[in-house]
Design a protein around this ligand. Structure first.
Ligand code: ADP
Ligand code: ZN
Length: 221
């Protein structure tokens, strides 16, 4: 089964992806993560994306689609259950994605729409800190650490994503409404959307997602 995890920035796509990968065995394809890796490695694509991402805008469709195609090509020989996170994010990307699904003979995805009211998103994003070592995430409002700047799980150093600064967060939400919400409308029209309430504890939201997808899973928490 292929799944698109859809929802605004801060709706919990990253957190839920992690659980779905660990417990169901999806291959996680996150365009945001792939772009951040490209930035870190100073590749040509990374250098082009870096400044755009820092302002909260979307990187060009062609660039991000190349990145996604590379990921699919890399994993496709061994995997036929992908979890797409952060793509498609524009109406043009929907068509580009249709072509990729065809090229790699991937089954029509189910789209999980994580629904979270906008009021929650700013606090979730601007309070978020991530461990550089184990990638665990924390939040100054909802999930504080014992010692500032230090990961509770592994003792690693915590950093804030450059695009989680409050002014950039507001821009990302604006871009979501303007560019990405129409993707929802298109998939709704196709009947691909399963809406899941994204407010609640991680485990609660996880339970709703697997129920919506009709999949069996370990650790219901
Ligand atoms: P979030 O969903 O929290 O905004 P992501 O990690 O998915 O975070 O994306 C971070 C940034 O990477 C986006 O703000 C955008 O600049 C870029 N990006 C990721 N996916 C895409 C995409 N499909 N199209 C264009 N830009 C993207
Ligand atoms: Zn850690």
């Amino acid at each position: 089964m292929n799944v698109i995890l859809f929802g605004p920035p801060g709706s919990g796509k990253g957190t839920q992806s992690k659980l779905l990968v660990e417990r169901v065995g999806f291959t996680h394809l996150s365009t945001g993560e792939a772009l951040r890796n490209a930035v870190g490695q100073r590749t040509r694509r990374g250098l082009e994306a870096e400044g755009i991402m820092a302002t909260g805008s979307l990187v060009p469709d062609a660039l991000v689609t190349e990145i996604l195609a590379d990921l699919i090509a890399h994993y496709r020989p061994d995997s036929d259950s992908f979890l797409f996170d952060g793509y498609p994010r524009t109406v043009s990307q929907v068509s580009l994605f249709d072509a990729l699904l065809k090229e790699y003979r991937l089954a029509e995805p189910k789209v999980v729409n994580l629904s979270v009211p906008e009021g929650y998103l700013v606090a979730r994003l601007s309070g978020r800190w991530m461990c550089t070592r184990c990638k665990a995430t924390f939040n100054v409002h909802f999930k504080p650490v014992a010692q500032a700047g230090v990961c509770d799980a592994c003792g690693g150093q915590l950093v804030q994503r450059p695009d989680d600064k409050p002014e950039t967060v507001v821009e990302r939400l604006r871009v979501y409404r303007e560019m990405t919400a129409p993707v929802f409308d298109e998939y709704k029209r196709r009947g691909w959307i399963e809406t899941v309430d994204g407010v609640g504890r991680q485990e609660t939201v996880y339970g709703r997602i697997v129920d919506a997808l009709g999949i069996a899973t370990r650790n219901r928490g």
